[in-house]
Design a protein around this ligand. Structure first.
Ligand code: ADP
Ligand code: MG
Length: 356
């Protein structure tokens, strides 16, 4: 019964400080078996530090790390059952692709036949069979990244640790590789912890998303839940492009929104996503704001309108039809039930009315 098995990875009160700087603080997390968990957060929030602690390349200042139910935070890296793919790929420049992929297995004492079979399978999965005799300098960025992933796969780890493996790729390659990573995850049934600063990558890859901010977990859960019910103002702003609009209830637009959509007591911030606003005629009776179009970003399938509201605030609207010209006067309406209320401490104010 898989239900009786412990989580594949568990963090308990994990912390890391460097001198006075607390880089990770009190992380509690359980990663289920077979999960594609993505840790997302801005640059410098502690993502690489977290992976280095799990891999055993660095030691925690507080807390515990368990893999498959066993405490590993005092074990050497090779005994933990993890494989890490680094942002820089960290391939050995003087070795061929084949030797790069098989090197760790050789060190671990695997037989030549076993090494050969594992390399062949990984090469097939990542479609790098023709590259096996090349050296890293003779590969493109995307090919190097595949070799680095193949090197992780052959070790058959309990947990894969991916440190921004797509961030050195161009946009088209990144999108294609995202799809391949998802397929690889499905084929291997592996447990993956993938870190990235890119919220689109995070939303598309994750079955569980963990938002990290200044060394703390802001919120963890399925990506759709975090998007539709962000637990903090940070998560609300971090997920979604363009960003959620955030207004105070004291502003005229905030007051109009509050009238259109009852808000809980103690609301200090009102969030509304650009796709939950719609353009209306300047005299529309249910308008929540009116102003001038300051700028339009054309995205092909939709347009992002930047509106300078008469009360001086700026709001952003995603619009799917032909956009009004810059400078034109428009009003906007808000979809009912689409407001996100937050308290002064920036936590979501929960209320049944706001479930989406
Ligand atoms: P991320 O991967 O999210 O961009 P890092 O985990 O690399 O962030 O770094 C988090 C913070 O910890 C940064 O402020 C960084 O400067 C600091 N940091 C990382 N490693 C060390 C170290 N060895 N000594 C001191 N500070 C460090
Ligand atoms: Mg990093």
């Amino acid at each position: 019964m898989t239900d009786d098995l412990p989580p594949m990875l568990e963090l308990r009160g994990l912390g890391r400080r460097y001198g006075a700087a607390e880089v990770l603080r009190g992380l509690d997390l359980a990663v289920p078996r077979g999960s594609f968990t993505v840790v997302v957060g801005p640059s410098g929030c502690g993502k690489s530090t977290l992976l280095r602690l799990i891999a055993g390349l660095d030691a925690p200042s507080a807390g515990e790390i368990l893999i498959d139910g066993t405490r590993v935070d005092r074990l050497p890296p090779a005994k933990r059952g993890v494989s890490m793919v680094f942002q820089s790929y960290a391939l050995y420049p003087h070795m061929t692709v084949r030797r790069n992929i098989g090197f760790g297995l050789k060190i671990a004492g695997a037989s030549d036949a076993d090494i050969h079979a594992r390399i062949a399978r990984a090469a097939d999965m990542l479609k790098i069979g023709e590259l096996m005799d090349r050296k890293p300098a003779q590969l493109s960025g995307g090919q190097r990244q595949r070799v680095a992933i193949a090197r992780a796969i052959v070790r058959d780890p309990k947990v894969f640790l991916f440190d921004e493996p797509l961030s050195n790729l161009d946009a088209a390659l990144r999108a294609g590789t995202r799809v391949e990573l998802a397929a690889m995850h499905a084929e291997l049934g592996a447990t993956i912890i993938h870190v990235t600063h890119d919220q689109v990558e995070a939303m598309t890859l994750a079955d569980r998303l963990v938002v990290l901010n200044r060394g703390r977990i802001e919120q963890a859960g399925p990506p759709h839940d975090l998007y539709t019910r962000p637990g903090t103002l940070f998560v609300a702003r971090f997920l979604g492009s363009p960003q959620m609009n955030v207004l105070t209830p004291a502003s005229p637009t905030g007051q109009a929104l509050a009238r259109a959509d009852d808000l809980p007591d103690g609301t200090a911030w009102i969030g509304i996503r650009p796709e939950d606003l719609a353009i209306a005629a300047p005299d529309a009776p249910d308008a929540v704001a009116a102003g001038r179009v300051a700028m339009i970003e054309e995205l092909g399938d939709s347009r992002i309108l930047h509106l300078r509201v008469d009360d001086g605030c700026d709001i952003v609207v995603r619009h799917h039809r032909t956009a009004p010209a810059p400078g034109s006067r428009i009003a906007v309406t808000a979809r009912r039930g689409s407001l996100h209320p937050f308290a002064a401490d920036e936590r979501r104010l929960d209320s049944g009315r706001f479930s989406v």
